[in-house]
Design a protein around this ligand. Structure first.
Ligand SMILES: Nc1ncnc2c1ncn2[C@@H]1O[C@H](COP(=O)(O)OP(=O)(O)OP(=O)(O)O)[C@@H](O)[C@H]1O
Ligand SMILES: [Mg+2]
Length: 237
């Protein structure tokens, strides 16, 4: 059974039909990527999966269970967490406090301390800055903090919306290395990226979204060889 199964979802903003029947699956242990141009519906897909938006039609199943009755915070308890687009950290809380907020679904102290250490190992910069308030971190550091915070919930499935956005090339490399690391430690990942080349280099499979519809789905290897993908998303002629 896939850990995530999205079946024919239709989502709307008022009467704008943003998702027109999206279906996808993610198997346990995979990194799957969703690529597409601006406005294609990538963030809307993640918002619908995480319960922030309710689909007007279709189903989202997590571990085989239909998520329709649940609220976004229920899903965090179930083991799904999201690094939203644009980071959304708590600007007035310190780095440590932001990370602790990510663990609010959990109770035991020692576990949380161990997770905090794990996040600090993945992002040594956050450890150095643990007493600094979130709002004064650089963009890249805020990205690390948003990812670290999502990891504090100990997700089995992590939804990431454009983790490389706005980062310097050296940080892009490091965020992708971190994604591989998180995945190796047992977290399944659904990754939305405009940096399609990087995304396809770490994912096993991918889906291409165009104006609210999936137009191609394949293994990452095949997608990299696909002429249309090369031209439209990989900047190759
Ligand atoms: N809050 C909103 N109200 C109305 N329309 C919206 C809203 N959010 C998104 N949309 C529209 O829904 C469509 C899909 O948007 P979405 O944010 O999912 O795109 P995206 O693929 O994530 O794009 P980007 O790469 O720019 O982040 C777009 O046409 C967008 O204008
Ligand atoms: Mg988006």
């Amino acid at each position: 059974m896939p850990i995530l199964e999205v079946e024919n979802i239709h989502s709307y903003y008022g009467n704008i039909h943003a998702l027109k029947g999206i279906s996808l699956t993610v198997e346990k242990g995979e990194i799957v990527t969703l690529i597409g141009a601006n406005g294609a519906g990538k963030s809307t897909t993640l918002r619908t999966i995480s319960g922030l938006m309710k689909p007007r039609e279709g189903h989202v199943r997590f571990d085989g269970e239909d998520l329709a009755p649940f609220k976004p915070h229920d899903l965090i308890f179930k083991g799904m967490s999201m690094v939203p687009e644009g980071r959304r950290i708590f600007a007035r809380l310190t780095v440590s406090e932001n990370l602790e907020m990510g663990a609010y679904t959990r109770k035991s102290g020692p576990d949380i301390a161990a997770d905090l250490e794990r996040v600090f190992t993945l992002f040594p910069r956050l450890k150095e800055r643990r007493k600094q308030v979130g709002g004064t971190l650089s963009g890249g550091e805020q990205q690390m903090l948003a990812t670290g915070r999502a990891l504090m919930a100990h997700p089995r499935l992590l939804l990431m919306d454009e983790p490389s956005m706005g980062l310097a090339p050296v940080l892009v490399e490091s965020i992708f290395d971190t994604i591989i690391q998180i995945n190796k430690e047992g977290t399944t990942i659904l990754l939305v990226e405009q940096n399609a080349l990087m995304a396809l280099s770490i994912a096993s499979r991918g889906y291409v979204l165009q104006t609210g519809e999936i137009v191609v789905q394949d293994t990452a290897e095949e997608l990299k060889k696909n002429k249309m993908i090369q031209k439209s998303y990989l900047g190759m002629e």
